[in-house]
Design a protein. Structure first.
Length: 401
């Protein structure tokens, strides 16, 4: 509350000002029509390569029976959650859109954009429920295969499109020149096209590495510039997906501090945010930690090293000289606060990312035990979005010598 953080996952009750409340936050097609209904209604699901399937697939969004079902399901959601403002009708987290004749026809009519049939589907639901539930909005995704904007259909006033930046590099600002980062330039183009079509455009942004959430992720200086790009393009809301699944993620507290400041004021100076947080949280260790942060971010910028959300410890960012200098700086940081156990524990947690990379390069039994001691004290339960810490540790112990 003090940092003005808001969103569906925050724990802020009405007495403390309340929060934005979603119902059925994302990837809801399976909730609208469960795959268990495939045997009875195969034509409600994707046709892929001439065959209907409900396995890692989508709904047939041009089927009128699917639309009727969706309207009734979402009506039920709205009745059951009167305090929610936004209800997500959005594709499953996979590919395989329906290629039946009707879906392909709309795909072609909309400039070979899969967002076309999906947005028409969501608009129809929003139109059917808009008068019955004024003030409620239907939310959908422009994500992976639906990221390309449609040529004809536009979102209705009570439809929110959440454009996802999942393909981008986050070591450099999104508005970097195309010669520096083609993926980012393409995203910003799509951002402008969706902005021109939408009354309520949101962005689903990513701020950690989902394959290696403890590994260094040099995006701290890109967060505020990216938010300024969103504002410039008329974005009305941003969801910053961070390390929601475990404590101990790389600079999780610092990253959240930067986000809290920049979301309310995109002009907030990132260096100021980093400096004030390091001073308050790491105390006498602030100077070597500031040098460590600058070391990684300057190297990524100057060497044009790209970082998407699946980058690994084999990144050229982590050369021998950089790891050696990082260890020197963390030695200084730990020495500066060795007499303050609580602060020292924070510094040790901040060092986990460098230890993680070193373990990936050279699995050492002694280093692994050091990592494990700190990780357990830090409350780490997962090593990435899908793998438990204990499972990863068991694998590493087989490799360590």
């Amino acid at each position: 509350m003090r940092n003005h953080l808001n969103g569906t996952q925050t724990r802020i009750d009405a007495a403390r000002g309340g929060k934005l409340d979603y119902s059925h936050f994302v990837h809801t097609f399976n909730e609208i029509v469960p795959p268990s209904e495939f045997a009875a209604h195969p034509d409600w699901f994707s046709q892929v390569d001439g065959k209907r399937t409900a396995e890692n697939a989508q709904l047939c969004v041009t089927n009128p029976e699917v639309l009727a079902r969706a309207i009734e399901v979402v009506r039920g959601w709205m009745k059951a959650a009167p305090g929610a403002a936004i209800f997500s009708v959005s594709q499953n987290d996979c590919f395989q859109p329906c290629e039946c004749a009707d879906c392909k026809r709309v795909f072609e009519e909309e400039g070979q954009a899969w967002s076309g049939p999906y947005l028409r589907f969501v608009n129809a639901i929003a139109a059917a429920l808009g008068k019955e539930f004024p003030g409620k909005a239907i939310d959908t995704l422009a994500y992976q295969f639906t990221r390309k904007p449609p040529e004809k259909v536009k979102p209705l006033a009570n439809v929110i499109v959440r454009l996802c930046s999942i393909e981008c590099c986050f070591a450099h600002p999104l508005d970097s020149p195309a010669a520096l980062d083609e993926a980012n330039a393409k995203f910003v183009y799509d951002l402008g096209e969706w902005s021109a079509r939408s009354q309520r455009l949101y962005v689903w942004d990513y701020v950690i590495d989902y394959s290696h959430s403890i590994m260094p992720f040099p995006n701290l200086t890109s967060i505020a510039p990216n938010l300024r790009t969103f504002v410039k393009n008329g974005v009305k809301g941003v969801y910053e997906e961070a390390d929601y699944f475990t404590p101990g993620g790389e600079f999780a507290e610092l990253r959240t501090w930067i986000l809290a400041k920049a979301l309310w004021n995109p002009e907030y100076d990132t260096e100021k945010a980093i400096s004030e947080f390091l001073a308050g949280y790491y105390e006498d260790a602030q100077r070597p930690l500031a040098q460590y942060i600058r070391l990684l971010h300057d190297r990524a910028a100057q060497q044009t090293i790209h970082f998407n959300i699946w980058a690994g410890p084999d990144s050229p960012l982590f050369d021998e000289a950089t790891l050696k200098r990082s260890d020197e700086l963390f030695d200084q940081a730990e020495d500066a606060v060795h007499f303050k156990p609580a602060v020292l524990a924070r510094v040790e947690t901040a060092r986990l990312p460098i230890l993680y990379v070193e373990l990936a390069h050279t699995p050492s039994a002694a280093l692994l035990e050091r990592f494990d001691r700190i990780a357990r004290a830090s409350g780490v339960t997962k090593i990435n979005e899908w793998q438990s810490y204990d499972a990863w540790l068991a694998e590493m112990r087989k490799l360590a010598k």
